[in-house]
Design a protein around this ligand. Structure first.
Ligand SMILES: NC(=O)c1ccc[n+]([C@@H]2O[C@H](COP(=O)([O-])OP(=O)(O)OC[C@H]3O[C@@H](n4cnc5c(N)ncnc54)[C@H](OP(=O)(O)O)[C@@H]3O)[C@@H](O)[C@H]2O)c1
Length: 317
């Protein structure tokens, strides 16, 4: 079947490690697994990390990439695929599709049947394909980890990213005052259209915030600390710009800050997110929808950092 996969890894030039071509049909490691016909998928920075070899050792190659999918189950139902699989061999106890088990950038993907959630009424498969990774991560950052119900103001760093645009859209829909940084003036203009107050990286905010959504890392972490109100939660799910920031511990204890790590979310959190988006008519921020034949261009755009929101792949084109 047609697929986009890591044929090797390349830490310096990840795009050179991407191959689009034929891969074997999915196999079912257990009786409860089913095959989904993928209709739409979306890219995440995780796919770039995989091509760099982060979390993808040579003995698992070739590996079909892609964490997100929506499609059709064996009974003909439209479904959203929850991308985490129980994985006793992994120190986290789970792995995400494309780490141990083949990913979603293919005509078909196999997952346990319990990983399938019904597509909410009124939601398109292309919109749904944005939600299981970046949007689920943002949802858990705000809700379970950030306890945003107790917050008035939220700061989102690196606002052009998939997780970051999700966090802005969700926090605005929750009625919070949202500040968002971006290095790019055009992205700041677009994030303001979503209802956030857009600022340059490092800019002083008009107020301290109760929750910070941090996926950038070293380039923004000091600003996250400085912008945090007493007892604030700085929730970290990524470190695109470096994972070893300098941390002013005096500020951490004096302001009684919580620095909280998180990854992805639970199936129940994905169910809650789908319901929230359906009820509030919140739709993912989509940069563009590209046909599968142009998936390489989408990877190049994500790598270049010029994306605003999610890059969606249409598997029917
Ligand atoms: N732990 C998890 O479960 C989980 C889930 C999803 C994602 N993640 C991680 O979260 C991060 C973001 O993922 P994503 O898919 O949203 O990525 P993305 O769409 O590629 O977003 C990255 C954003 O980071 C900002 N950025 C990059 N380099 C920067 C720099 N040097 N200085 C300041 N800002 C910079 C950019 O914002 P501006 O251009 O607007 O400044 C860019 O839009 C990745 O590291 C990813 O691995 C983790």
């Amino acid at each position: 079947m047609r697929a986009a996969f890591a044929s090797r890894t390349d830490a310096d030039n990840p795009l050179a490690a991407l191959t689009v071509g034929e891969q074997p049909e999915p196999v079912h490691p257990d009786d409860d697994w089913v095959t989904v016909q993928v209709r739409a998928s979306s890219l995440n920075h995780h796919d770039i990390w995989s091509l760099r070899g982060v979390g993808l050792p040579a003995d698992r190659l070739p590996m079909i990439l892609g964490c997100d999918a929506a499609g059709i189950d064996p009974d003909g139902n439209e479904v959203v695929v929850y991308p985490l699989i129980a994985d006793p061999g992994d120190p986290r106890g789970i792995s995400i599709l494309s780490e141990h088990f083949p990913g979603t950038f293919a005509e078909r993907v196999a997952v346990p049947r319990s990983n399938l959630l019904p597509l909410p009424a009124g939601m398109s498969l292309t919109d749904a394909a944005c939600l299981p990774t970046a949007w689920l991560t943002a949802w858990r950052m705000l809700t379970t980890k950030g306890r945003v119900d107790d917050a008035d103001a939220v700061l989102v760093q690196g606002a052009g990213g998939g997780v970051a645009t999700a966090a802005v859209a969700l926090a605005v829909a929750m009625g919070k005052r949202v500040y968002a940084t971006s290095r790019d003036a055009a992205k700041r203009a677009r994030i303001a259209e979503l209802g956030a107050t857009a600022v340059e990286p490092g800019a002083r905010l008009p107020e301290r915030v109760d929750v910070v959504v941090e996926t950038v890392g070293a380039a923004t972490f000091d600003h996250s600390l400085k912008s945090a109100a007493p007892m604030a939660r700085i929730v970290v799910s990524g470190a695109t710009a470096g994972h070893e920031p300098t941390v002013n511990l005096r500020r951490v204890f004096a302001m009684q800050l919580e620095i909280v790590g998180t990854s992805m979310g639970t199936p129940d959190e994905l169910r809650d997110l789908l319901a929230f988006c359906a009820e509030r008519k919140v739709r993912p921020v989509v940069d563009s929808v590209v046909p599968f034949s142009r998936i390489g261009d989408a990877f190049a755009q994500l790598h270049a950092g010029t994306v605003f929101g999610k890059l969606v792949v249409d598997h029917t084109a």
